[in-house]
Design a protein around this ligand. Structure first.
Ligand code: GP9
Ligand code: MN
Length: 688
């Protein structure tokens, strides 16, 4: 009896499950039936965006990226939802207009990508030369099948519409309140999808999205529609910023520079390098704290150690970057201006007028160029290097880049330098004077290509003698496996590349009349805990020293900030032993480079924000984009409104207040110069 009961209840359960399933299936098919046009709209929009990625990105995980598809579905659902506001017979008109618009975005980007291996930006519309180029590109390219395949989408939507019309599908009357309800519930679904999308986002996604220059990455993660919307916002934002407050900004600017002389102050270094050629090394992520550091008696940076010993070495030097990292350091190095408060100068304010080192040297007859074996659009360099006054930008397309000679982000530094030599020789033979910036790449976060950096041990190795007289090697697990440890390996590689480059330059006779200038572009953003281990590791206990140990070295957030120093040095082949061969320990920032080099090479920018370090000496102050600042005496943190004393001298409230005012004024003036284009002499005429 029990058995019968049990099997009966099983049967009941089975039947009810089946009914729910049928109901569900019925509901789904009912939903599909009632929303055919909307669903076709969504599918075709997602199809187009995916096809675009397929043509541009080749790798399956990129074009079939789950995140991008989710983003595209979300956008299409949200746009499509508003279709429900229209009467059924008008809904098609709305959806086809939206569809054509989205299709156009895909087509334009498809054509644009073929020519520029990058995605289109509405900001380019303000540059007439691009309109011409793109216009030609469209004409030449119009017959490429891959660019017209997107038309399938509006065609499909139209066919579906016509079929539905024939079946009298639209005759069904929907009352107004129902239309609103359908729109709201579809928007709700869009909201849930958007939430789902947001939770899949990583910090890297967010930061790249905000910066917008890495277009491929954004399209890969966010899909083409979100990319384009973000592009419109980032293009409009600087325009809006510069719409209000021009007069006030101009007045503050004039007041700020009112007392600045038209000629620089002279000192013992004035014009010492006049007529010399220049090689500037933009040393990716090189920090000062590795200089002189050894593991198992091996130097992390033998080349830098040698250069700092033989040349003029500024050991208390800071980079002043904001979110624009590499590009910000290039900006400040070249113009003595600070990074902008919002966006990045290279991406958002590429069309402003800048007074730069390459431009001023050009006036003295120099041929100017830059070299960086990465995609020319990275940080919008293609456009910005031209604006900064480089006659020629040698980028990835000028180098032979293969899978074998790649490390991390791109062409390995050793190979980059090697391939740059013949280019430099040619430039040297064709020009009396030249100035070139070489931007390194390998020593870039995440420093994970460790097997390609060559051998450099970051554990402690020790040979111990046993009681019986035999010896054995003991390895203490020190920095191996930490991010900082990997950084040292990578740094060691980059330093070695630099050493080989200097040798090659010498062999090619390119060092005879040349000054080598090197700056670390910014710190490597490494974990504080790793530094703690670096400075407080006790090999005997294989643990960290406790803070009451006499050898304990405190490494708190101030030490971390101070540890972000980067090297700056000036070196020539014959500098060792001369009066120029010295270490400068006064605090100095990237914005002081232009004034300092300007004095040495004989050029001057009245609107520089930094100082010639040999005029300001120990009275210098380095302002950071976040309002922090540092002098020889004190490091001030503007967020915490707290400071760390760096000397025995007392620090007065007054001093802190004055320096704060100085820092804020400087940051405002710098931002205004860029946002309101105040160095553009024609600007006044435009606004009158
Ligand atoms: C890319 C390189 C790195 O070309 O300059 O830029 P970063 O990530 O350091 O700003
Ligand atoms: Mn960098």
């Amino acid at each position: 009896m029990k058995k019968i009961k049990a099997s009966l209840s099983n049967l009941k359960e089975n039947i009810s499950n089946k009914i729910t399933r049928i109901k569900k299936e019925h509901l789904i098919s009912l939903y599909i039936k009632n929303n055919i046009l909307f669903l076709t709209f969504v599918i075709t929009a997602v199809f187009n965006s995916t096809i675009l990625r397929f043509f541009c990105m080749h790798m399956l995980e990129n074009y079939l990226s789950f995140k991008a598809i989710l983003a595209d579905v979300t956008i299409a659902v949200v746009i499509g939802a508003f279709g429900y506001l229209f009467k059924p017979k008008n809904r098609f008109t709305y959806l086809i207009i939206a569809n054509i618009f989205l299709t156009a975005i895909c087509m334009i980007n498809s054509v644009y990508y073929t020519f520029y291996t990058s995605f289109a930006s509405v900001s380019m519309l303000s540059l007439t030369q691009y309109i011409g180029d793109v216009g030609d590109a469209v004409v030449e390219n119009v017959l490429q099948l891959k660019d017209i395949v997107y038309i399938i989408s509006p065609i499909a939507l139209t066919i579906v519409h016509l079929k539905l019309k024939k079946k009298n599908y639209y005759k069904k009357i929907e009352i107004k309140s129902e239309r609103k309800k359908r729109m709201l519930s579809t928007l709700g679904a869009g909201g849930i999808l958007a939430l789902l999308f947001l939770v899949t986002m990583t910090p890297l996604d967010v930061s790249r999205f905000a910066k917008q220059w890495n277009k491929e990455y954004i399209v890969m993660r966010f899909g083409i529609y979100i990319y384009q919307a973000n592009d419109v916002i980032t293009t409009i934002q600087p325009k809006i910023n510069s719409m209000f407050g021009y007069d006030k900004a101009k007045k503050e600017f004039t007041d700020y520079f009112a007392d600045v002389k038209d000629e620089p102050d002279k000192n013992e270094y004035s014009n010492i390098f006049e007529g010399k050629n220049v090689i500037v090394i933009h040393a990716e992520s090189m920090q000062t704290n590795a200089i002189g550091l050894k593991f198992n008696d091996k130097e992390v940076t033998p080349t830098l150690n040698k250069l700092t010993k033989e040349g003029m070495y500024f050991s208390n030097f800071y980079s002043q970057v904001s979110v624009g990292t590499s590009s910000d350091s290039e900006l400040t190095y070249n113009t003595s201006l600070m990074p902008t408060k919002s966006g990045t100068a290279f991406v958002s304010y590429y069309d402003r007028t800048y007074i730069s080192t390459p431009k001023l040297l050009k006036e003295k007859g120099y041929y100017t160029f830059s070299m960086h074996a990465n995609n020319a659009d990275f940080w919008n360099r293609r456009t910005m290097h031209k604006n900064l006054g480089y006659d020629r930008f040698f980028s990835k397309q000028d180098y032979e880049v293969t899978k074998e000679n790649t490390i991390g982000l791109g062409l390995a530094d050793k190979e980059f330098f090697k391939q740059s030599i013949p280019k430099l020789q040619k430039i040297n033979s064709e020009n009396k004077n030249w100035y070139g910036t070489l931007i390194m790449l390998t020593n870039h976060t995440p420093f994970s290509d460790t097997e390609k950096y060559g051998d450099f041990e970051v554990n402690i190795k020790e040979t111990i003698t046993n009681e019986d007289g035999t010896t054995e090697e003991v390895i203490h697990p020190y920095m191996e496996g930490t991010k900082l440890g990997n950084y040292f390996k990578s740094y060691h590689y980059a330093d070695e590349a630099l050493g080989e480059f200097i040798e090659e330059l010498d062999e090619a006779g390119l060092l005879e009349n040349t000054v080598l200038v090197l700056y670390g572009d910014h710190d490597a953003r490494l974990p504080k805990a790793d530094y703690n281990k670096l400075y407080n590791y006790d090999k005997d206990t294989e643990e960290l020293l406790s803070d009451d140990d006499p050898n304990y070295r405190k490494y708190d957030s101030y030490q971390y900030e101070l540890g972000r120093k980067v090297p700056f040095l000036i070196w020539t082949k014959d500098m060792a032993g001369t009066k120029l061969n010295k270490e400068i320990t006064n605090v100095m920032g990237m914005y002081d480079v232009m004034p300092t080099l300007g004095n040495m090479f004989g050029f001057y920018n009245k609107y520089q924000l930094g100082h010639d370090i040999f005029n300001i000496n120990e009275n210098n102050i380095v302002v950071f984009p976040n309002g922090n600042w540092v002098t020889n005496k004190v490091y001030y943190n503007s967020q915490k409104e707290a400071y760390l004393s760096l000397s025995d001298e007392a620090i007065s409230e007054e001093e802190i207040k004055n320096n704060n005012e100085y820092a804020n004024k400087l940051l405002d003036v710098s931002d205004n110069i860029i946002v309101f284009d105040l160095l553009n002499e024609n600007k006044e005429l435009e606004t009158e």
